[in-house]
Design a protein around this ligand. Structure first.
Ligand SMILES: [Ca+2]
Length: 303
């Protein structure tokens, strides 16, 4: 990058991602790895087992995410960022050991380092929930940014929350500072395939890889999913990139502090009984976040 952020402004970042669930996670991870203000201390592969089962996919989803993250690291010049395996199943499964990813979060949180630590959750909250249950004292040593949940006050079915509602509850009821980016906000990160073809595809091996896995997924999903109006023909949503953008600029007029809800069985929100507040975003500056990503890709890999 043609600029060097001040050392005192550096942030430590860990990212939990259901990277192979569709095609957007890779864009957010590439964005984070290209951001000089961040030291990405680890990537955690997460499962997406409940939505996969719903679509008849019987592959081990965490392992699929792991392979995808390993591929992306390789494409991005053998990135040295450590990669960890997350939990294979949502909370409540019969055999639920403390995942490698949850252990890595605990270790990072307990490490003596003055730079703030942010844990970005781009999928289900399983691994951060396991970490908070095993070591509740880490709650005041990090901030969680979670892409998930439906808008307030009603809530309801949402992809990332559906993949582990119990973990969502653990997150809401814990003491950890939480920034939630719900569905109405992350869906505003729309891009067209034409825009990606112009701004992403030409940017070296990384740009080409991001483009290709998106196009391949779009084609596959369009051919197999017939009864819902998704995917759209030439539009995608880079719904995980807000987690990166909000660490660069926290959008001080775009959120409210609300009482932490509970998550009901049907994924609607119930009234929380705790005094604790969570930060819920109401909008995101999609232009700022996307243009920062496109510019970094071009600066890093463009001719
Ligand atoms: Ca995701």
């Amino acid at each position: 990058m043609p600029f060097t952020p001040d050392h005192a402004k550096q942030l430590r970042v860990m990212i939990s991602s259901d990277a192979k669930n569709e095609a957007d996670d890779d864009f957010a991870i590439a964005h984070a790895l290209l951001t000089p203000t961040f030291e990405v201390r680890g990537l955690i592969a997460s499962h997406y087992s409940r939505t996969a089962a719903m679509l008849g996919n019987t592959l081990p989803t965490m392992e699929e995410s792991y392979k995808e993250l390993a591929r992306l690291k390789k494409v991005m010049g053998d990135s040295p960022t450590p990669l960890y395996r997350g939990a294979r199943q949502p909370l409540g499964a019969a055999d639920q050991p403390l995942s490698e990813g949850a252990k890595a979060i605990i270790t990072e949180a307990q490490r003596d380092d003055k730079r703030p630590l942010y844990v970005l959750i781009l999928g289900p909250a399983t691994d951060i929930a396991l970490a908070l249950q095993a070591a509740p004292d880490i709650a005041d040593k990090l901030t969680v940014v979670w892409i998930g949940g439906n808008p307030y006050p009603q809530g309801g079915w949402e992809y990332n929350l559906f993949n582990d509602p119990q973990a969502g509850n653990v997150l809401f009821q814990s003491a950890v500072p939480l920034w939630q980016v719900p569905h109405n906000v992350y869906m505003s990160m729309r891009v067209s395939l034409a825009e990606l073809a112009v701004k992403v595809k030409p940017q070296g091996e990384t740009g080409h890889y991001l483009w290709q896995q998106m196009i391949d997924f779009n084609r596959r999903a369009s051919a197999t999913i017939k009864d819902i109006p998704w995917p759209k023909s030439e539009v995608w949503v880079l719904g995980d990139n807000p987690a990166v953008g909000l660490l660069l600029d926290d959008h001080q007029y775009h959120y409210q502090e609300i009482s932490a809800p509970t998550v009901n069985e049907d994924l609607t929100y119930g009234k929380g009984t705790q005094p604790r507040k969570v930060r819920v975003y109401q909008s995101i500056d999609a232009h700022f976040v996307l243009e920062d990503f496109f510019a970094k890709l071009q600066l890093a890999y463009g001719q």
